[in-house]
Design a protein around this ligand. Structure first.
Ligand SMILES: Nc1nc2c(ncn2[C@@H]2O[C@H](COP(=O)(O)OP(=O)(O)OP(=O)(O)O)[C@@H](O)[C@H]2O)c(=O)[nH]1
Length: 984
């Protein structure tokens, strides 16, 4: 005190109250005081004293009616060093287990706030052996709907557990608490009759507004006590008179947090001004394994009682909101208290009957790192709970139901149904989605999707050797795939190696199908062989490239030294990595002046390929495919790598391998390129390729020579198959022809069945999406029948077509197959209104005449770009043309004349011209005052069709007479214009 003046903090100390409480009283008594260090007069101090006395007197007589100032509890003072606190804990009832070593402490630190309840328990645990070590699992109990109900909620309804106010022996003056306690720690009564189960303190919220940190003038009462399982069960049972309100979002969120908090044994550590129930932060290091185990069990029990998925969602939402809040406030250190508060702000509660919730102010003091910590803990907890995490990538092996997809991608079914609905696809939970739709859904949730097809293509799945082969293994040549970005020189490189000119003969300069070639190389004085698969580099050929990787032993990655790493280079790297195939890099075009081989190496390093000379493991050879520079070194390196790979096969067994390419040749029938991967293929062998049976009639090697046999690693063209097998299928030779036939038959039946299933699955979804679009009236279709020289081209074109925007015009490929265009194809096209597209193929006799007769559009292409351009053009042709404005001229209104019918604008054409019946827009300043057609146009008194710039005219409009001098008229006409396809 100073000259009769008193500082607030002195007075609060004197009265055993908090500064905040004194300041509240000051406010009520209209005494000017801003903070704890403010001074007031002795007179005012006395008024405050009186007020405190009066209020406590009232409270003593009416304990349920709160009054702002709240004296400290002396009992607690003596036990613990009081922390600065904003909430007081009324009671802690801690149920002590029977263990003799764990006597329950009679009181809890009074000065611990709700937020810190858990921490205080933890602290107590460590400092006092009284609290069982397995105990601390404070649980937020749902609040009653009003403060008046709360006392009933406190006591466990069915057990003889002591009532907070009446029976708790160690409860420090809870019933007589004179002031309005925000939170009470109820002292744990001795409950010797209970088994010494680990129990958990339950943090009970009395009022939902409390939980949200709202200050509605009512006392905030939150009690902590321990319950055992029985208590918990009983407490969770809904009581008729204490109807538990259905939790609103913020409550539900807290419940979610509480119920799923494995580590909620630890207490929060911050006291806030508002009674915010923040998720406790666990001091993990303090916890013993036993504790964790118990907690986990407890957790599992509790989790069952809550809707886990809902909780997770709520948690996620909370995190999002918190993140948003951080961004808005720029406060990255906001603590859990503010987090809880943010949630309540983000989702304000419905107003209560009495006045409703008041706005909550954000607490000013934040504990740094708390928020992040909480978030991490939350994530940890979720991990520990073994709750399914949303995967980053899934593999789809066929159509699946909405329910199955939901499980796979860990997204609620309703979300998926909603998403599909907004995309015009009406589904239900049991509806089967085809792979494409399921993929689209998963990708909407940012989950990568790999189809089983892609997976098997990329992976080197072929295990061609059997146990019997192991005794008879001999070395086989390496099969090498050349990969890389378009135009980086793959074909030229191979061409150069083979010393033939393959590149020159290619239409459009692009390799269009897989070829297999072998070269002889002299290495270490021995003649050795390398088999090259030439795979195309255009992105439309991704599927073929993937297939190339599947059978390959070594990948040659061609990178142009003047262009560097490009998208398809990266794609090739990933395919090679997926197949676990060693990569040898050929840095091509080093003869060019702009070549920067070191830059290429640098770029490749970013994709995990570190050159040997820089300490890595990837062999990189600078070459010039055109000049043939360094090609020998490249070949030697390939042989070197193949030695390390130790490639062997048994040439004495029946042949096995992969179909590299297949097509239907007009003269020769089905022709397939087969890569023999084990055994020896001979003329006359009974072979099954996929579901196709054949007896090898003839074999031609890559040099066009007829051969009688093909040994491991060699590719041959085989004649004699009954049908065209699919590229990528494996083939196998059978000793018994009948067995071979029956295997082929059963595979073909199986394929037919699965095709049908797939068609049914996709049809369902496609139909619903189509009908939804059709209802909107904006769906157009372009039917296509595609015939190409080889299966690879068909796949490539189909893949490219799929990339085209189809939100307005849908492409329907009615048939896509290798072979020539037959009359049947023409008939099908005529019947379905389809366009017949041929790629590198011919028309069978009679097909052209049939097409002319039936008016079928047959297009023939040998360059994929032209084909795609034309299809895009055809799709755009199906779009409704759009109307666009074409300006005619501008006119200025210089005088307004009244005529019998209304008014006429005496005008002057300043630019262009104006015509009768043209469209006009009348502008006054920046406003458009009229838009419509021009009805009468006169020069002098004569009607005219148009008036050119520099002439005066009279303009009349039937339904507009509000002309004003100075109005500007823009004259234009509407013309139709062909629309472009808009990107998806
Ligand atoms: N200067 C120079 N030009 C090269 C070299 N290698 C290839 N080229 C040129 O690069 C262009 C593309 O070569 P291709 O062999 O067709 O490339 P590609 O990677 O097979 O192309 P796609 O088959 O379309 O994927 C051609 O004009 C070649 O002449 C080289 O070493 N030096």
């Amino acid at each position: 005190m100073n000259n009769g003046k008193v500082r607030i903090y002195e007075l609060s100390k004197d009265l055993g109250l908090e500064n905040k409480d004194i300041l509240t009283i000051c406010e009520r008594l209209e005494i000017a005081a801003k903070s704890h260090s403010s001074t007031i007069t002795g007179e005012d101090a006395q008024r405050i004293r009186n007020e405190v006395k009066e209020t406590s007197g009232k409270l003593l007589s009416k304990p349920t009616k709160p009054s702002p100032p709240r004296p400290r509890k002396p009992a607690a003072k003596s036990k613990e060093t009081p922390r600065p606190k904003k909430q007081q804990i009324l009671e802690i009832r801690r149920h002590r287990p029977k263990s003799a070593t764990a006597p329950t402490p009679p009181t809890a630190p009074e000065s611990t706030a709700v937020d810190t309840a858990e921490e205080s328990v933890a602290e107590t645990t460590s400092s006092r052996p009284a609290v069982p070590s397995t105990l601390p699992k404070p649980k937020l109990k749902r609040p009653g709907s009003s403060a008046e109900e709360s006392p009933e909620l406190v006591g466990p309804p069915t057990t003889p557990a002591p009532n907070a106010e009446a029976t708790a022996p160690a409860k420090p003056e809870a019933p007589t608490a004179p002031a309005k306690p925000d939170v009470e720690l109820v002292g744990p009564p001795e409950r010797p009759t209970k088994p010494a189960k680990p129990t958990r303190p339950v943090l009970k919220k009395r009022d939902r507004s409390d939980a949200r940190g709202e200050d509605d003038g009512q006392p905030k009462r939150i009690e902590i006590r321990e319950i055992d399982d029985e208590d918990e069960t009983t407490l969770l049972k809904p009581k008729p008179e204490l109807k538990r309100p259905r939790p609103k979002r913020s409550d539900a969120l807290k419940e979610a947090e509480d119920s799923t908090d494995e580590d909620s044994a630890s207490a929060p550590d911050t006291v806030t001004e508002e009674p915010i129930l923040r998720r406790p932060s666990p001091p993990r290091h303090k916890r013993k394994p036993k504790e964790r185990e118990d907690d986990e069990q407890e957790q599992q029990k509790t989790t069952k009682k809550t809707k886990r998925r809902g909780n997770d969602l709520l948690k996620d939402q909370e995190e999002e909101i918190l993140a948003d809040l951080d961004e808005v406030t720029g406060d990255s250190n906001s603590n859990g208290a503010s987090a809880a508060l943010s949630m309540s702000l983000a989702r304000p509660p419905k107003p209560k009957s009495k006045g409703g919730p008041k706005p909550v102010s954000t607490p000013k003091s934040h504990k740094p790192q708390q928020r992040d910590g909480n978030r991490n803990q939350r994530r940890d907890r979720r991990n520990q709970n073994n709750e399914p995490e949303r995967p980053e990538m899934i593999t789809l092996r066929g159509g699946l139901s909405v329910h199955e997809l939901a499980n796979q991608i860990v997204v609620p079914e309703t979300e998926i149904i909603k998403l599909l609905f907004f995309k015009g696809i009406a589904t239900n939970i049991n509806q089967t989605l085809d792979v494409e739709t399921a993929k689209m859904v998963a990708e909407e949730f940012e989950i990568l999707v790999e189809t089983a097809e892609q997976e098997s293509e990329a992976k080197k799945v072929t295990e061609m050797l059997s146990v019997e082969d192991l005794e008879n293994l001999s070395k086989r040549p390496p099969v090498v795939t050349i990969m890389g970005h378009v135009d980086h020189g793959k074909t030229t490189l191979l061409d150069s190696i083979r010393e033939t000119k393959v590149a020159q003969g290619e239409a459009g300069g692009i390799t269009q199908h897989i070829g297999a070639y072998h070269v002889d190389v002299t290495h270490d004085g021995n003649q050795q062989q390398i088999v090259f698969l030439d795979t195309p580099g255009h992105e439309a050929f991704t599927a073929m490239r993937a297939r190339g990787t599947r059978v390959t032993d070594i990948a040659i990655l061609v990178v142009a030294a003047d262009d560097g790493v490009r998208p398809q280079t990266i794609e090739a790297i990933s395919h090679a990595k997926a197949a676990e195939v060693p990569i040898v890099v050929a840095i091509n075009k080093i003869d060019k002046e702009s070549a920067q081989p070191d830059r290429v190496k640098q770029e490749l390093m970013e994709h995990g390929l570190v050159p040997e000379e820089w300490g890595g493991e990837t062999i990189m050879v600078p070459v010039s495919a055109i000049n043939g520079d360094n090609l020998d070194t490249l070949l030697e390196m390939i042989l070197l790598v193949s030695e390390v790979e130790d490639l062997h096969a048994n040439p004495d067994s029946l042949a096995k391998g992969t179909i590299i390419e297949a097509n239907l040749d007009k003269a020769r029938g089905p022709v397939a390129s087969l890569l023999v991967q084990n055994g020896t293929l001979r003329v006359g062998d009974s072979v099954v390729a996929g579901s196709v049976f054949g007896k090898v009639r003839a074999m031609i090697d890559d040099r066009g020579d007829r051969v009688k046999e093909a040994t491991p690693s060699f590719a041959v063209e085989v004649l004699g198959l009954n049908d065209v097998p699919a590229a990528g299928d494996e083939f196998e030779v059978f000793a018994d022809e009948r067995e071979a036939r029956s295997v082929a038959d059963s595979r073909s039946d199986e394929q037919r069945r699965s095709r049908l299933q797939q068609a049914m699955a996709s049809r369902r979804v496609t139909l619903s999406s189509l009908s939804a679009k059709a209802q909107e009236g904006d769906l157009k279709e372009l039917n296509i029948i595609l015939k190409a020289d080889v299966q690879g081209s068909v796949e490539a074109i189909l893949a490219a077509l799929q990339q085209m925007p189809q939100n307005e015009v849908q492409i329907r490929v009615l048939l896509g197959a290798p072979g020539e265009i037959s009359e049947t194809d023409v008939d099908l096209a005529a019947a379905s209104g389809a366009v017949l597209i041929g790629f590198n193929t011919t028309l069978a006799s009679g097909a052209r005449q049939a097409a002319d007769r039936q008016g079928v559009d047959v297009r023939d292409y040998d360059i994929i770009y032209n084909l795609l351009d034309d299809i895009q053009g055809a799709m755009e042709g199906l779009l409704e043309p759009e109307l666009v404005e074409e300006p005619l001229g501008t006119v200025e209104v210089r005088a307004v004349f009244s005529v019998r019918k209304g008014t006429v604008a005496g005008s002057y054409v300043t630019e262009g011209k104006v015509t009768r019946n043209c469209h006009i827009r009348v502008r006054r300043g920046n406003d458009v005052v009229y838009q419509g057609t021009l009805d009468s146009l006169k020069r002098m008194k004569d009607d005219v069709k148009e008036v050119a710039s520099g002439f005066e005219c009279g303009i009349g409009v039937d339904n507009f007479n509000g002309w004003q001098e100075g109005d500007r008229i823009e004259a234009y006409k509407l013309v139709t214009q062909r629309r472009k396809l808009s990107p998806v």
